[in-house]
Write a protein that binds this ligand. Structure first.
Ligand SMILES: Nc1ncnc2c1ncn2[C@@H]1O[C@H](COP(=O)(O)OP(=O)(O)O)[C@@H](O)[C@H]1O
Ligand SMILES: [Mg+2]
Length: 272
């Protein structure tokens, strides 16, 4: 009896070879030989601004690969280029040199309109100063990006997202009728309502008191986990940064990986 016949014969207990098992084996081998594509692969980014005739060198060969689903903190002194780096990742600014691939696509080579489409589909942004539209209610602020994208269920999805950030009871309030922490919750809901693969957060707790900042930190990590979003967080707050999988520091226009800090608890756990 030939091998093919023996594999299909019901009396034989050898594992059945199906298309799925062949595909699975192929995927397993591919995963071993090709590491997964990073969500962001930024290489040798250079950026300068020119004010009058004076150039300001901001990024000078910054490189960073970010794996999908991870959390990455970017730290560095004021003026070191953290916001500029996020603007490059969002396609809102263009580098003078270097490349950024987003899910394998070189965003430097995309037109302004296609970069806007990329943001609409795949990127959410949270700012320090919330940037909500003052004349719209919380619900309308959250629904607006979906409505602009022509999503039929915009209001239902916005309600669901307001619930996730714990602010459904304030859905009809305008930003001026909300506290800073509540406004940031609305801004987070707006940034995540289209379920982006990447959330960029630029000092999201910078304008908040300690207690409110703590609840926004918890919310960001909870939602990041729930929605499996990749988080790139700019912050001065090391307690916030060290909750991320990786912490990088912008120094002289380059990104330096910071080794994980061993906390007091970890030290205590090490035998003397
Ligand atoms: N649009 C701009 N035009 C000119 N200079 C700018 C502009 N945006 C930022 N800069 C300058 O670039 C440097 C980096 O800015 P930024 O990325 O905002 O730093 P950070 O977010 O780390 O504080 C600063 O010196 C800032 O003044
Ligand atoms: Mg900044």
């Amino acid at each position: 009896m030939n091998a093919a016949l023996s594999l299909t014969h019901s009396s034989i207990s050898a594992p059945r070879i199906t298309l799925e098992t062949v595909n699975q084996s192929y995927c397993d081998v591919t995963a071993m030989t090709h590491p997964p594509q990073p969500l962001i692969d930024a290489q040798n980014l250079c950026l300068q601004y020119v004010v009058g005739d004076k150039p300001i060198m901001v990024l000078q060969g910054a490189s960073l690969r970010i794996a999908s689903g991870t959390t990455v903190a970017i730290t560095g002194p004021s003026g070191s280029g953290k916001t500029s780096l996020l603007l490059l990742f969002a396609g809102l600014e263009q580098a003078d040199a270097g490349n950024i691939a987003f899910e394998g696509v070189d965003i430097g080579g995309l037109s302004r309109d296609v970069r806007a489409d990329l943001r609409r589909d795949s990127i959410g942004i949270v700012f320090q100063s919330f940037h909500l539209l003052p004349s719209l209610t919380a619900l309308d602020n959250v629904a607006l990006p979906l409505q602009m994208a022509g999503v039929a269920q915009a209001r239902e999805l916005a309600i669901d997202m307001l619930q996730k950030v714990g602010l459904l009871a304030r859905a009809t309030h305008r930003p001026s009728q909300l506290s800073g922490g509540e406004q940031q919750r609305v801004a987070i809901a707006r940034a995540l309502v289209h379920r982006p693969s990447l959330l960029l957060a630029d000092e999201p707790t910078g304008n908040l008191d300690d207690k409110t900042a703590g609840s926004i930190r918890d919310l960001l990590f909870r939602l990041n986990h729930e929605l499996n979003t990749t988080l790139v967080l700019v912050t001065h707050d090391m307690a916030f940064a060290t909750r991320c999988d990786r912490v990088l520091r912008l120094h002289n226009g380059q990104l330096l990986e910071t080794p994980p800090v061993i906390g007091v608890e970890d030290n205590d756990a090490v035998p003397a």
